[in-house]
Structure formats: C-alpha cells, structure tokens
Design a protein around this ligand. Structure first.
Ligand code: BGC
Length: 372
C-alpha cells in the first residue's frame, strides 16, 4: 500500500482514465459529474470537492489556488468539483451538502469561520466523507488533515520586514498602525502572534510606539479603507503600517496616496500577487510574504487523491487545535519575505508572470528590480 502523499502512480492514473473527461468545474453549480458511475472500476477514486472562501479578500483563491488544484487533480485523473462560496456562509454549507449528495468522498475546505466550518466538517465525517482543512484551520473542527504554511512565521516575517523597512528609511520613533486580518480566521490570529512578537521588543524599548490597531472583518478591502482612513484621522503621524495581507495593504496605500504619504510610510502585506508586487515596485509597499501556493495546492491535492482511494496518507507534522487540544496531522510549508530586490524570485518561481507584472509603467521598475 502506498503510504506517501506523493503516491500518484501511473497505475492509479490509468485506472481512473475513464473519468478524466468528467473532472473540472469552472465554478458553476454543483452539477453531478459522471454520476451513476456504478460501472466504474472498483478502485477508481471518488470525487473530490473543494470549497474556496471568496474572491475579494485576496486574488490568490481564484488565480492561484483554483488553478494549481485543478492542475493537480487533472494530472491525477480524478473527478473534482471546485466552487467558491463568495463569502456567504449559508452558500458554503449548501455547496458542501450538494457536493456530498453528488458523490464527493473527500471534502477540502477553506472555512469562512470556525463555526460554519465545523458544521460542514462534522456533517461530512458523519457521512463517511474524508476532510481536509486547506490553508485555514477550523478550530474545534474534525478535519483529518490540515495543509497550510507556518502562519506564525508569516507574521514574524511581516514584523521583521516592517522593522527593516523603517531602519532603511531611518525613521525615528515611528508610530505603528496595525490592520489585522478577519477576526474569524485562525490564520489572522497566528499572523498577529507572529508580527506582534517581532515588534514587541521595539515597543518595549520605547523605540516604536503603538498606534491604532483593528481587525478587518472578512478581510474586506472597502472596510479596510474606511478603518485606515479613521486611523489616519485620529493619528496623523502614523509612520509604519503592519497590514496583514496585500489587499489590506493596498487599501491603506490608497488612503496614504490622498495625503501624499505613499512611499513615505512603509506598508507590509502578504500573498505576493500582481497588485502587491506592483505596489512594491512603485515603492508604495515595502514588503510582502510569498507563499508558494502551488506547493500548498499540490500537497492538498495529493492528500485528497490518496484519501479518495481509501488510503491513509502520512502527514509531515501536526498542529494543535487551540480549542480542543487535538493534534491535527498537518503539512506546513515555509513562507518567504519579499522586498523590491526579491520581487524577481516570485516571477522566477512562476507564481506571477513577467508580462502581467511588468506592463506599462512597471516595465522600467521591473528592469530596475532585475525581473527576468
Ligand atoms: C490566507 C491569506 C489571505 C487571507 C485573505 C488567509 O487565511 O492565508 O493568504 O490573504 O486569508 O483571503
């Protein structure tokens, strides 16, 4: 029996060849694909359902996660159905129910909050459907596996990155504003733990002072703009912005632009998408964190494929569910900090294309940053 998560063998792929034409869904309703496949080979993999959270809080879900998951499922020759809940918790549960009704044997979810995530996972489990928490851990949940990055490390890179940016600009005694991610996302809690841990010695020593901080519901870009506008009104001397992702960072940058403060006040982020990287090239954002989503999606797809064949794949580690104390078998990947000089690494890794990044005015900046 194959135990490794990399066990996508040619034999397995050949077995499910008859089903390959049925995989895939560009996001329309959960129509049964290849339903009634009673005559399918006994060892054929069951269907894998994936629920993505939204398409506003970060471009990654539709441009990267969906693409790489699809690639991996196609390569394995399994049936799959990827849908996006568009930040609607009721829709999230309905999609899950439909996927199970339509024969999913594995469910991969990015929860919108732990409460609805747990309801979906528990229901799936009670019906014998294997589950994977993808990127976000569902606290109190029952997922068999968790695939993500070391999210405290992501936050630490953001905090250390902001310190480096302020040092480079020789900013004295900066007042720091913090835009945290969604309060319902366990990742946001972990990012915060990471960056506040990195910044604490600076605050404790009196080198930095703590300005306004607030969590942005649902990682919503519009609310982030309103919140940051209020922060800047209440504290005009904000000199550094710890924004938990590029979307929040971009909202802060739009507000800073109105005051001609963009480029003067370093802003952080994460996700390393086209907009975030362009903000770095323009000098408006100081750093981001690149998470190689291809690796994350591939690892999750391999686990899902193995589970769909009734295997018990091995995890590489575990993460403690802080609500239940349960050790959830996990695969956690390493994030990388990106500054102006390392924007090129993200392009070299194939995550963002040079054509898209270096359009128009950015061509010159790309050359300056050594983007190939
Ligand atoms: C993800 C980030 C993303 C954010 C908003 C987090 O859970 O880890 O990559 O930017 O959600 O979608």
């Amino acid at each position: 029996m194959r135990k490794g998560i990399l066990g996508l063998t040619a034999a397995a792929a050949a077995l499910s060849l008859g089903l390959t034409a049925c995989g895939g869904d560009a996001g329309e309703s959960a129509t049964p694909q290849n339903s009634g496949s009673a005559s399918a080979p006994a060892a054929a993999a069951g269907k894998i359902g994936v629920i993505l959270p939204d398409s506003k809080s970060s471009p990654r879900w539709e441009t990267a996660d969906r693409k790489y998951l699809e690639e991996a499922f196609k390569a394995a020759g399994v049936q799959y159905d990827i849908q996006n809940a568009q930040n609607d918790k009721t829709a999230f549960q309905t999609i899950a129910d439909q996927m199970i009704t339509n024969g999913a044997t594995v469910l991969v979810i990015v929860n919108l909050d732990s409460g609805t995530g747990k309801a979906v996972l528990d229901k799936a489990k009670s019906q014998g459907v294997a589950t994977i928490d993808y990127d976000r851990l569902t606290l109190g949940g029952s997922a068999s596996y968790y695939v993500s990055f070391d999210n405290v490390k992501v936050g630490a890179l953001q905090g250390e990155g902001l310190i480096k940016c302020l040092d480079d600009k020789k900013v004295e005694k900066p007042i720091i504003a913090q835009l945290h991610g969604s309060p319902t996302d366990n990742n946001a809690t972990q990012f915060k733990e990471g960056y506040q841990g990195a910044l604490k010695p600076k605050f404790d020593a009196g080198d930095y002072s703590e300005g306004p901080e607030q969590a942005v519901p649902d990682w919503d870009p519009a609310q982030a703009g309103t919140i940051f506008e209020q922060m800047l009104t209440s504290e005009a001397k904000i000199a550094g912005v710890l924004a938990a992702n590029d979307t929040l960072g971009n909202s802060a940058i739009s507000v800073l632009k109105k005051q001609n403060l963009n480029g003067k006040v370093p802003v952080t982020g994460q996700d390393a998408g086209v907009q975030g990287l362009q903000n770095i090239l323009a000098g408006d954002q100081c750093m981001t964190v690149y998470k190689a989503v291809k690796k994350e999606a591939t690892a999750a797809a391999e686990l899902a494929v193995a589970l769909s064949k009734g295997e018990k794949p091995a995890a590489t580690g575990s993460v403690k569910d802080t609500e239940t104390g349960r050790d959830v078998p996990s695969i956690l990947l390493e994030p990388q900090a990106i500054f102006f000089d390392s924007v090129k690494d993200v392009v070299a890794d194939g995550y963002v294309s040079k054509d898209e990044l270096c359009k128009g005015d950015f061509a010159e900046k790309c050359t300056e940053a050594g983007v190939q």
